[in-house]
Structures are given as C-alpha cells and as structure tokens.
Design a protein around this ligand. Structure first.
Ligand code: NDP
Ligand code: OXD
Length: 310
C-alpha cells in the first residue's frame, strides 16, 4: 500500500515542490501517493505551510506527522487541533541562504560600505578598513541557523558571541545563555544578529532596557521575526544614535504597512522577508527522510517542542 502524503500549501508551491518531492521520495525508497487532495481520513503525512487553507487537523485521524516547510512554527504551535508530531524545516539550502544574507549585511556594516556606495561628492579620502578580528558580532539564537552563521563569521575572523536558551558549545564562539548571558552578550555587541524563534519568551528580546546595554553606534540585523524587537524602543534608539543602523527583514505585520516609520527612517534598511527561503530540492530530501523514519518507526528529525513553541 502506498504512503499517502498530502501537500498542503499555497497552489504555487505545489508547482515548485511536486517534482523534487517525488524524486526525493523515490530516492528514499518510499512508495508514495503524493497529492494535494487526499481524503483526510486516509492521509499518512502532511507536508505543510502554515499559510495553507488547512487549519483544522481533526479529520486527519491516521496522520503520523506534520512536516513543516518553514523554519518558523509560531503560526502552528498554538493550533489546538494539532495533536500529532510537528517537524520544523531544517534545510541545508535555507541555511546556506541565511548564512550568505547575514554575512553580506554584517560585511556592509563592518566595512562601512555605504560610505563609498552612497557617496555623492568627489572627495578622495582614503581610510583603513578594519579587520574582522577587531569586530564583535553577537548572534541571538544559536540553533540551526544561528550556529551556521556563527561558524562562518568565526571562519572570517570575527569575534563571535552567541546566546541561546540552553548552554551550547560552538568552537570559536563565546557561548552564553539565560538572562545574565543576554546582558553580557549585548554589552559587546557591535553588530547584533537576531535568529531566535518567535515565542512568548523571546518577544521584545530587544527592548529599551536591552538596547541600552549595547555599545553606542551598534548595528542590528533582524532576519528572525518581527516581535523579537520592541519597534518603538528601536526607533527611539535609532533617533538618538544609540543604534546607528538596523537592517530588518521581518516585521510584526507583513507586508510592512506603507505608513510604518521604518520605511522612511534614514537609518533603517527594510528587506521584504527574503533573508532565506526553503529550497525545494534540499528540503524534499529532508521531508523524505522524515517519512522514511516514520515508516520505519524511528524518531523524527527536527521535532518541535510544543511547550517551548519552537
Ligand atoms: P532553531 O530552533 O534551530 O534555533 C532557535 C535558537 O533560539 C536556539 O538556539 C534556541 O536555544 C534559541 N532560543 C529559543 N528560545 C530562546 C530563549 N527564550 N532565550 C534564548 N534563546 C532562545 O531555529 P532556526 O535556527 O532554524 O531558526 C531561527 C528562526 O529564524 C526561525 O524560528 C524563524 O523565525 C527565522 N527564520 C527566518 C527566515 C527569513 O527568511 N527571515 C528564514 C528561516 C527562518 P536552544 O539552542 O537552547 O534551544
Ligand atoms: C521560515 C521563513 O520560517 O521563511 O522558513 O521565515
């Protein structure tokens, strides 16, 4: 009997994912019936995007797991109808994308690239660019993405500090955790990168008090989620020069409303939630492996802790 796999995401995603998923399932040796319309009571696995029309999991009585296409799970962890295991997306392609995006924006700040790129006068004023070893980058969140970013920045020579909920050991990274750890992490953060999930515990991680801990003239890069930052506190810190500039990819409301002050702030760069995207070929391999595991009664990879919310 084939394994029934429901693809529940926006229709355009099906076009992107159908063939890579079929290939990955075949490579994993799974006899699969993959479709966008399977009777709920016959579905074994649900490949899922939280913006799908499927929001009530109650009729999916025999499903073994929901396999999320997104890394962020804040729009599904609270769903009371979801009682089966939920796996978040950890995709090597998405991770590479995030590493490249963050590294690019760190380099913009580190080398002060705007001075030359945005220059409008004709003054020849050489300066000595700093070396990475002179710069501390703090990464809030040392999970799949934060750790990969940290490793790349260490490789480039940056002084890297990371902060997580539980203790971590990442070679070359000063690893801190807990409330005291956050204070220490921010005190030296010339550039802070937010790669935390959106949970009740991480909301407003950067607020008036914690922004005040950062060195004056620090930079912020947020590809995590909008609610990690208290927007009013950040705008105040930007206006006072406490924070020199922020690059924000994610927002409490997306698309960012036309009248939001971030759009026009001279010290804010807005990007439209493009830091990293799940890549169909690599992500399909991860999904197929989880289905193989489910069928073999092995533990699923990347399970979400519903109590912690990530
Ligand atoms: P992970 O779950 O692998 O890592 C999350 C990290 O945050 C872990 O280190 C975790 O600590 C830490 N953390 C969670 N809660 C707290 C807390 N209360 N205090 C301190 N640290 C905490 O997630 P990923 O790295 O895969 O992804 C991170 C986020 O990036 C996603 O949730 C999503 O919001 C965002 N994202 C954004 C994208 C974009 O395009 N802008 C694309 C993909 C993801 P511990 O290690 O101790 O568990
Ligand atoms: C994700 C994202 O969570 O793209 O995967 O933000």
């Amino acid at each position: 009997m084939p394994v029934n796999i429901l693809f529940a995401a926006r229709p355009e995603r099906w076009t992107t994912y159908e063939q890579p998923l079929r290939n990955a399932l075949k490579d994993a040796g799974i006899d699969a019936h993959l479709a966008t319309d399977i009777a709920p009571s016959e579905v074994d696995y649900i490949v899922y995007a939280p913006n799908s029309t499927l929001q009530d999991f109650t009729p999916y009585t025999r499903a073994k797991a929901v396999l999320n296409l997104w890394a962020g799970v804040e729009n599904i962890t609270g769903n009371p109808t979801l009682k089966i295991p939920l796996a978040r997306m950890v995709d090597p392609g998405l991770t590479k994308g995030m590493v490249e995006w963050v590294t690019g924006h760190v380099m913009r700040y580190h080398l002060d690239l705007d001075t030359d790129i945005l220059k409008t006068d004709t003054v020849w004023a050489p300066r000595t660019p700093p070396l990475a070893q002179e710069r501390t980058v703090t990464i809030l969140g040392l999970g799949a993405l934060g750790t990969a970013v940290a490793e790349t920045l260490v490789f480039l020579g940056f002084k890297v500090t990371g902060w997580s909920r539980s203790p971590k050991n990442v070679p070359g990274v000063t690893c801190l955790h807990g409330a005291e750890g956050l204070e220490q992490a921010l005190k030296t953060a010339e550039i802070a990168v937010l790669l935390l999930p959106n949970t009740a515990a991480t909301e407003n991680t950067l607020n008036a008090d914690t922004l005040a801990l950062m060195p004056t003239g620090a930079f912020i890069i947020n590809p995590g989620r909008g609610p990690l930052i208290d927007d009013d506190a950040l705008l105040t810190a930007l206006d006072s020069g406490k924070i020199a500039h922020a690059t924000l990819d994610v927002f409490r409301t997306e698309p960012l409303p036309q009248n939001h002050p971030y759009w026009s702030h001279r010290n804010v760069t807005v990007t439209p939630h493009i830091a990293a995207e799940t890549r169909a070929i690599t992500a399909s391999t991860v999904i197929a492996e989880n289905i193989r595991r489910g069928q073999a009664q092995e533990d699923f990879l990347h399970l979400v802790d519903r109590d912690l919310g990530y």
